[in-house]
Design a protein around this ligand. Structure first.
Ligand code: SF4
Length: 687
């Protein structure tokens, strides 16, 4: 007598971008049958993109790590959890006692849960005694956060996806929304089609959103700060500055106005390469719009002055009074599904969870008391970030690294330096679901479970916190990251006693002011909460309605000077290389590269070449070319397209081993140490 096994339907949240789509996953045994969007899904509602729908083959992939591995005589061998965790605990404590707490660095995962991010920084701070903990926001949105901290006080999106839909005008800057945040792109396309929402796009690449825009402007690389400041000046000069809003809610107006003196439209046209009339056309649209949302992403932040440009964009919103009302605000679009949460929950070198500064004694004392450790144990000094950890490894001050779910060997700029840093370490632990390129450098590899094999919460780009539920049991002997970290802490003398992630969240709610009132009960099912929250469970979808997050509640217009990019084209390296994601893939393809349903959509690596450059160099679609920077070179096929113009190339970040980051350099934004991935001068040869 045979009966068909039951189909199970479980709510989960997508792990491929910051939109935070949630849906039901239908499973039978370990088979993922389908992904079913539901109307109650708060961030997406309508549907998902290709990745949320189909990119789950990796879960049952035969290459999943299922057993801990220890390197012995240069080769990995399988080990028990007891042996692997005992070794990690013993070596980390030994290195801390010999070389000091800051000789150890932790990189938390922007794909793991909020609770797991919290435990990562808790091990670093409360057990090792270092603030050297970071996450992949260092590679992407830290400059945006810096710009928002300087001007309005919180580093997150000012409002929600619904606010973006409500806006009369959307300004998209260095953000390829249709490939990187596809469901938000679909929602905005509907607003454009049915309600006549206006779009202004500043981007060197003519991606789909640029093609659909009312105005598309293509600035020269690394010059966005100049047009943004020129537009602010234009607003003051042409009666578009919101003086009532400025006088009531903003500080430093006169000082800022003086700083705008060099930023005439003529200067902006000369530096950006955009015609003055076009800049004025964009300024008029922005000045006349009743509500503006400004979205920006890596096209702004991954430059040597991304923090300044982000600040200039936020300044422009303040000048035009576009904060604190529905349909307004600044929106740094978060890339990884939980890069917002990994930062919110403390995987930062300078902040405890909830953005409480590590350098302030009152915060140190509060967290020490809550964690039951002597206050002297918690450092008042900022720690290393991803950039200085790897550099410190190369130079000998960092002896050990613990990397959770991040493909640092592939994703960090200037791969050769990163690899040599890893090779210099005394001890390296990688916790991941696959033998990644980073894990190949490790001494111990710990097999983790992906989101569908555990419970937890994620925070999407709009600061929305959502629960995801366990769909399947962990594969083989793999374990959820929170369990691994809890077991490791116990072996280092700290019995935290967590048996479910809800207990971790309860702990956070009792300490971090920003998260007071959060609980799994209030997040049950399709419910969600936006930080900051209050103890009664009230939540904040739209920030700054009454006050900005500053001491006196007023925003700050932050004066800036124009600085040249760290790397520019010259007579030898005469072309600028742009780069970014593709809709079908995620990062180093460890997950999306596993199954035919996704991989067949985008199997080949390519470089986009403009028709004019192709004609000059004799390049056709499919021609093999060599792209060489001051660091290295890669060989790849050309795609001739007017998505790029003139002497600008575009290359996806996903493929190759190690790929694009053989070309990028260690030059970075000095304010936040984010690599200037998009300031890469190259030469192009036909093979
Ligand atoms: Fe939604 Fe982003 Fe996942 Fe696509 S990748 S389903 S847009 S969360």
């Amino acid at each position: 007598h045979w009966r068909q096994p039951e189909i199970k339907r479980t709510k989960t949240v997508c792990t491929y971008c910051g939109v935070g789509c949630s849906f039901e996953m239908w499973t039978r045994d370990r088979h993922i049958l389908k992904v079913q969007p539901v109307v109650d899904a708060p961030a997406n509602g309508i549907s998902t993109c290709i990745k949320g729908k189909f990119a789950w083959d990796f879960v049952n992939d035969p290459e999943r790590l299922t057993t801990p591995l220890i390197r012995d005589n240069g080769k990995f061998r399988e080990a028990s959890w007891d042996e692997a965790l005992d070794l990690v605990a013993q070596r980390l404590l030994q290195i801390r006692d010999t070389h000091g707490p800051d000789s150890i660095g932790f990189i938390g995962s922007s794909k793991a849960s909020n609770e797991e991010a919290y435990l990562t920084q808790k091990i670093a701070r409360a057990i090792i005694g270092t603030n050297s903990v970071d996450n992949s926001s260092r590679y992407c949105q830290n400059p945006a956060t810096k710009g928002l901290f300087r001007t309005v006080g919180y580093g997150g999106d000012a409002g929600t996806i619904a606010d973006m839909e409500k806006a009369e005008l959307i300004v998209m800057v260095g953000s390829n929304l249709s490939e990187n945040h596809p469901v938000i792109a679909s929602k905005l396309k509907a607003q454009k089609k049915h309600r006549g929402q206006k779009w202004v796009v500043f981007d060197p690449r003519k991606h789909e959103m640029a093609e659909r825009a009312d105005i598309h402007l293509r600035p020269n690389a690394s010059t966005d700060m100049v047009w943004a400041s020129a537009l602010s000046r234009y607003m003051f000069e042409h009666g578009y500055a919101d003086t009532e809003f400025l006088n009531a809610r903003v500080n430093q107006i006169e000082e800022y106005k003086q700083s705008l003196e060099p930023f005439t439209m003529d200067f902006a046209a000369q530096v950006t390469g955009i015609a003055k009339e076009k800049l004025i056309e964009a300024a008029e649209l922005i000045g006349q719009a009743k509500s503006v949302c400004l979205l920006w992403a890596m096209g702004i932040t991954q430059h040597s002055h991304g923090s300044d440009t982000s600040t200039a964009l936020s300044n422009l919103l303040l000048v035009t009074g576009n904060y604190g009302r529905p349909g307004t605000g600044g929106y740094p679009m978060r890339g990884h599904n939980n890069v917002q949460g990994a930062s919110d929950f403390g995987c930062l070198k300078n902040m405890y969870p909830g953005y409480e500064k590590v350098t302030e004694e009152k915060n140190r004392d509060k967290w020490a008391k809550a964690w039951g450790v002597p206050k002297e144990k918690l450092s008042l000094e900022k720690g290393n970030d991803n950039f200085t950890m790897v550099k410190g490894a190369d130079e000998g001050s960092v002896k050990a690294m613990f990397i959770i779910g991040e493909e640092t060997a592939f994703s960090d700029a200037d791969s050769r330096n990163v690899h040599s840093g890893f090779e210099s370490l005394d001890f390296m632990v990688v916790q991941d679901i696959f033998m990644s390129r980073t894990a190949e450098f490790a001494d111990v590899v710990l097999p983790a479970s992906p989101s569908v094999e555990k419970d937890g919460t994620f925070t999407n780009t709009e600061r929305r916190i959502q629960r995801f539920y366990q769909v399947l049991p962990p594969l083989g002997d793999s374990r959820p990251d929170w369990q691994i970290l809890t077991d490791l802490a116990k072996r280092m003398g700290y019995d935290w006693g967590y048996t479910h992630p809800s207990q971790i969240m309860d702990e956070v709610a009792g300490i971090a002011t920003m998260f007071q009132g959060i609980s799994y009960e209030r997040l049950e099912g399709w419910q969600s909460l936006f930080w900051p929250m209050q103890t009664d469970g009230s939540t904040t979808p739209l920030l700054y309605t009454e006050r900005f997050h500053t001491d006196d509640g007023k925003a700050v217009l932050f004066p800036l000077e124009w600085k040249q990019p760290a790397e520019a084209a010259d007579s030898e390296y005469d072309i600028m290389l742009d780069n970014g994601r593709m809709l079908e893939q995620f990062q180093g393809t460890n997950q999306t590269g596993r199954g035919p349903r996704i991989w067949s959509q985008a199997p080949n690596w390519f470089v986009e070449v403009s028709p004019e450059l192709a004609a000059e160099r004799g390049i056709e679609d499919g021609t093999w070319v060599r792209v060489t920077s001051r660091r290295g070179s890669v060989e790849v096929r050309a795609t001739v397209t007017d998505r790029v113009a003139g002497k600008t190339l575009f290359m996806p970040i996903h493929q190759g081993k190690p790929g694009l980051n053989l070309l990028t350099g260690e030059h970075h934004d000095p304010d936040v140490n984010t690599p200037a991935y998009k300031e890469t001068a190259v030469k192009l040869e036909v093979l």
